[in-house]
Design a protein around this ligand. Structure first.
Ligand code: COA
Length: 634
């Protein structure tokens, strides 16, 4: 598929120099759709679907008409799928943001010994945020380039501009992603500090001067003291933002009837980001528990109310050392979150705290507590939101596991794509746990294109099914052959997706343009197979980091798994989530099975793959596997 070079695109009038996302050929998408679903649904249903798809794609049929309209749309939009995708993926989703939508980044546990330690960390981090923001504003961030498959292409940097300027406004039917427009005389910038469920305005620019770290520390100390005054405490309004979107929209419409509340909301909506100074959670800070605390704050009794989920970036700094970022996902992808988080961790490591050297402003205006007027209606909303958050807390089943058997280096030595290999391992695991494969989502970046976000790599390929079935029956040579085929199919799909040729965005575009033209919904999209195809029981994503931290998120359907992985040279971090009230799923079982599957695949590679030259480490790994299988050393 031809990807325009930057210079060619620039000639076509795009200032970023990136090509536009192509509209894939109709027949290619329809054939691929059938191929993706053929082995995941009963034969009878597939026959029916095949007939529907053929009718849709017939010459002169509805498919051709919609395709023509989509191509026309692509001619006058920077990215033909962006709005459709944003609404479908995020804005029209009514589920609560925590767990269901907002991914988190979990930082290494910090060792704070006092409140001042915590505030020093916070002041240092805020300084880093301000540095990073000025790089974004000055267009001084280095352009990202693709790595891995088809490495070297420049990537769209659009998402960075939204990190500190967006706000997801709840709506009755659909949310709105609001972007702040820069004004001629920008107002002083501020962040919101959440402490003990109270919200404080911390101006970071006063009298046209950016606060230095010492100033920030002074202001944070004042905030801490203000938050400690029990008589002044206001209800935990942030809980409302953890509710489902329609409910929060309704509560907000009541809240804004009062001018005090309106002013407070306005300050939050226009802030750069939140810094949440959390109370100690009273929980052992294992990787899994830190992930849970970051995803939902531990509910109302812990830090669940110390959040404002509509804001894209919430930096959480727990007094017990549990730190990370909670991210509202609609403005940007996890990769941008990683880049920002890594910048901050490097900044904090590389630039020592300037608290000692810097001089603080003598007379800083005091930070302001945001006021709320809570009518009985709002109190009722708060009680309901707290209950729902509590249910979410109880329901989330999370397992963060560092698989230390091997990492991407071993896989590369097999001449295989580590990502494809891990995806096949996830399919193998699902099959072992559930005896079938299911529609799977793997996010694939399409930032090679203007305003590109992601499309889907459908990892449950027929080739993956053939491999996982073979693992319990055939001889090693046949299994190895099928593993190669499965990895090749996965790699090919990846290349299709990152070059804008995957099927999910295209099908969404065809569906949405029919709606926009007020046409009757094409049968293809009312067919049960289509509903099955977008019910992603396995929702996966590679989020690699170069700093010590990991990303995780919840499942996207009630009976599903979220599986986020972070491949490193010699290990892989897996963050697996599911819901306890589903009888079908168990994160612990999934992770345990995954470990076994990864070991079996390694064993197979070591036995069969002629490319695999035994090295010290692979010999060691082979030895370990033998001990496990035979129960005694050979
Ligand atoms: N033999 C040896 N090495 C190989 C190989 C092979 N056959 N195939 C790939 N490799 C190497 C690559 O060169 C790369 O090397 P590097 O570590 O030096 O860069 C490495 O293995 C990783 O490549 P691969 O595993 O194929 O994956 P990838 O980096 O191309 O990633 C996607 C694939 C789909 C994850 C990536 O394209 C993508 O879209 N990422 C974004 C996902 C995202 O948006 N996540 C956040 C969602 S919120």
């Amino acid at each position: 598929m031809p990807v325009l070079k930057r210079e060619q695109a620039r000639d076509l009038g795009d200032p970023s120099g990136l090509p536009k996302l192509p509209v894939p050929p109709l027949q290619q998408t329809l054939d691929m759709y059938l191929k993706c679903m053929s082995h995941l649904i009963p034969e009878e249903q597939f026959k029916k679907t095949k007939a529907i798809v053929e009718k849709f794609g017939a010459p002169g049929g509805m498919g051709e008409f919609l395709q023509k309209k989509l191509v026309e749309r692509s001619e006058h939009k920077a990215n033909w799928v962006y709005d459709y995708w944003l609404e479908d993926m995020y804005l029209s989703n009514r589920l609560a943001l925590p767990v269901n939508s907002s991914p988190v980044m979990v930082f290494p546990k910090q060792n704070f010994t006092s409140h001042s330690d915590t505030l020093r960390f916070a002041a240092h981090l805020i300084s880093g945020v301000l540095e990073y923001k000025s790089l974004i504003d000055g267009r001084a961030l280095p352009v990202d380039y693709a790595r891995g498959q088809l490495a070297g292409t420049p990537l769209c940097m659009d998402q960075y501009n939204k990190v500190f300027t967006s706000y997801r406004l709840p709506g009755a039917k659909m949310d709105t992603l609001v972007a702040q427009k820069s004004t001629v005389m920008p107002e002083p910038e501020h962040i919101i500090v959440a402490c003990k469920n109270q919200f404080f305005v911390l101006d970071v620019v006063i009298n046209f001067r950016r606060l230095n770290e010492k100033d920030l520390y002074t202001q944070l100390e004042r905030i801490r003291k203000m938050a400690d005054i029990e008589e002044e405490r206001l209800p935990p309004i942030g809980l409302l933002t953890s509710d489902d979107r329609t409910q929060w929209a309704e509560a907000r419409s009541v809240l804004i009837k009062d001018s005090t509340n309106r002013d407070s909301l306005d300050m939050i909506e226009r802030c750069l980001c939140l810094v949440c100074l959390d109370e100690p959670s009273g929980t052992e800070l294992t990787d899994t528990n830190r992930a849970l605390l970051m995803l939902h704050g531990g509910g109302m009794d812990k830090n669940g109310g110390n959040r404002w989920y509509d804001k894209p970036m919430q930096f959480v700094i727990g007094a017990d050392g549990c730190c990370g970022v909670v991210c509202e996902h609609s403005p940007f992808e996890g990769i941008v979150l990683v880049q920002c988080s890594e910048y901050l961790l490097r900044y904090m490591r590389g630039s020592p705290s300037k608290l000692v050297r810097a001089a603080s402003m003598s007379e800083l205006p005091a930070p302001r507590r945001l006021r709320w007027k809570c009518s009985p209606d709002i109190q009722a909303f708060l009680t309901a939101s707290a209950d729902k958050l509590q249910r979410l807390v109880k329901n989330l089943d999370m397992n963060v596991n560092k698989f230390t058997g091997y990492g991407k280096e071993f896989i590369k030595k097999q001449k295989m794509s580590p990502d494809a290999y891990i995806q096949v391992a996830l399919q193998f695991t699902f099959y072992r746990c559930h005896g079938r494969l299911v529609p799977t989502y793997e996010s694939a970046s399409i930032r090679r294109f203007q305003e590109g976000r992601v499309d889907n790599i459908r990892s449950s390929t027929p080739e993956a099914l053939a491999f996982v079935k073979a693992m319990s029956m055939l001889c090693d040579a046949e299994k190895m052959e099928l593993l190669w085929t499965a990895i090749k199919a996965q790699t090919n799909y990846t290349i299709l997706a990152i070059t804008g040729m995957a099927i999910d965005n295209h099908l969404l575009g065809l569906r949405e343009i029919a709606k926009e033209l007020k046409l009757e919904k094409p049968e293809l999209f009312s067919d049960t197979t289509y509903a099955t195809s977008i019910h992603f029981i396995l929702s996966t994503s590679q989020v690699p980091t170069t700093e010590e931290m990991f990303c995780c998120y919840g499942p996207v359907v009630p009976n599903g798994y979220g599986a986020c992985y972070n491949p490193q040279t010699d290990h892989i971090i897996f963050c697996v989530s599911s819901f306890r009230d589903s009888a079908e799923t168990s994160s612990d079982l999934f992770v345990k099975t995954l470990e076994g599957c990864l070991k079996e695949m390694q064993d197979l590679c070591l036995k069969c793959n002629s490319e695999s030259k035994p090295t010290d480490s692979t010999e060691k790994m082979a030895g370990n596997t033998k001990v496990m299988k035979n129960g005694s050393k050979s």
